[in-house]
Unconditional design. Structure first.
Ligand code: ASP
Length: 439
């Protein structure tokens, strides 16, 4: 592989590779441009919404095996899917043997990570043969830290290994090895991270991320049906959006390409001519102030009252310890002199929520302690947000006409504005906000 030639790394997600027909589409895309030299693949995903992803089936096998139970049923399902794909593409003579080895290793109680990784592995074997490309195992080039993050060593290893290749390359996403040399996966959706690591290692001109939607939408089209994909988003904006529930791309996939300033192009395998969304370091935010409105469920507001509360610093610490022990996270704290509001960000059931409020009132000797109903944190993100005139006022007006109000409004660096609303008001609030943003 010649280093100076412009290289694109193209990653395809599970639905793009769910069956032989989809893989044929992917081949057309790859062969339509010489620069699509390195392909990173996910495991086959769902063929339709009722289907189960191969990764989930593999994890089921592992769970059953570790309880000493038979995993023949999910394994038969996995085998059938891969053998059908191989047969329809007329490749993959070795897949039967590979499946036997995997079955044996699962039986011998290999780790969950090993099990989960085999979907990407088998898919990459089949696809590389179908493309006439070289298969490079992620085991050789991707290193993970014990915390499941990318180990910097990966960049060098990948660059060195891939310079030895002369033609197209196919690499399985999602896994690598850890410091002990055993297989470890990233968190779910982690093939996006593999693609980003490879793109940085080879100094790609572009990192393409092919999926089943036509880019990043201003808002979830299931809630706002006429929402459109946005043309450009910055790395900062996309990270903020993933924090508040927009999940087109794994949030750890930004780091590797951000430092090398490699743009990410989100494209739709099922509509390959659609322009998609480009994620890059900068964009002209005058053209579009706000690029995303999204919501994240699982919040509750905890309101505490105690006369002279601000003079009891130890109480705050005690409160944090109690939440920590119960593994309840919190995101935002707003202080007043005699009161404090904390936004809990771990989903808890009604009964547990009320019991927690009672416990805190008693243990911390509070005058009052109230727990809200479940809330959604809605965020608006855009580097031009600070230039939107009277935004909060316009949102307030739009919601007010529907007799609904948000309970917290906060802004961060002219980049993000968040508010909370009750879960039952989420969809209509999101629709109202998108309307405001568009006008
Ligand atoms: N197959 C893995 C998952 O389902 C990783 C990926 O698709 O990126 O999470």
């Amino acid at each position: 592989m010649e280093n100076k030639k412009a290289i694109w790394v193209s990653k395809f997600g599970g639905t793009s590779l769910a069956n032989a027909q989809q893989i044929k589409k992917v081949k057309e895309i790859i062969f339509a441009d010489e620069r699509r030299n390195i392909v990173v693949v996910s495991a086959p995903g769902k063929e339709d919404p009722t289907d189960t992803k191969i990764t989930d089936l593999l994890l089921q096998c592992h769970a059953l095996a570790s309880q000493g139970k038979s995993f023949d049923e999910p394994f038969a399902n996995i085998s059938k899917r891969f053998l059908t794909i191989a047969e329809e593409l007329q490749v993959g003579q070795q897949i039967k043997e590979e499946l036997k080895t995997i079955y044996k290793r699962l039986f011998q109680e290999e780790s969950a990570d090993y099990a989960a990784s085999r979907g990407e592995y088998l898919n990459a074997l089949i696809i590389s043969e179908y493309f006439g490309a070289e298969f490079v195992d992620a085991e050789e080039i991707i290193r993970l830290t014990s915390a499941g993050r990318v180990d910097e060593l990966s960049y060098d290893l990948t660059a060195k290994r891939l310079t030895k290749c002369t033609g197209r390359i196919v690499i399985p996403g999602f896994y690598g090895t850890n410091t002990n040399g055993t297989i470890q996966t990233f968190s779910r959706g982690g093939s996006d991270i593999t693609g980003a690591i490879v793109a940085r290692a080879v100094q790609a001109e572009l990192y393409e991320n092919w999926t089943d939607v036509s880019g990043i939408y201003l808002a979830d089209p299931r809630i706002v049906p006429d929402a459109k994909p946005v043309a450009q988003i910055t790395y900062r904006e996309i990270r903020e959006l993933s924090c508040i529930g927009a999940n087109v791309l794994h949030e750890d996939a930004i780091g590797p390409v951000r430092s090398a300033q490699i743009p990410i192009h989100i494209k739709n395998t099922n509509d390959s001519t659609a322009p998609g969304t480009i994620i890059r370091a900068t964009r002209d935010s005058n053209l579009q102030h706000i690029v995303g409105v999204s919501g994240k469920k699982g919040y509750r507001k905890l309101s505490i009252e105690k006369f002279m509360l601000a003079t009891y610093p130890a109480l705050k610490e005690q409160l944090q310890q109690i939440l920590h022990k119960k593994k309840i996270r919190f995101d935002l704290v707003v202080d007043a002199f005699d009161a404090m509001t904390i936004y809990l960000s771990t989903e808890i059931e009604e009964e547990q929520a009320q019991a927690l409020a009672q416990e805190l009132q008693l243990v911390l000797d509070l005058d009052n302690c109230q727990m809200s109903e479940p809330l959604v944190l809605i965020g608006l993100v855009g580097e031009g947000l600070g230039r939107e005139e009277h935004l909060a006022e316009r949102i307030n007006q739009a919601l007010g006409t529907q007799k609904r109000y948000f309970s917290l409004l906060a802004g961060v660096f002219d980049l993000k504005m968040v508010m909370t609303v009750p879960v039952k008001a989420y969809e209509s609030t999101l629709q109202a906000i998108v309307e405001v943003v568009r006008t």
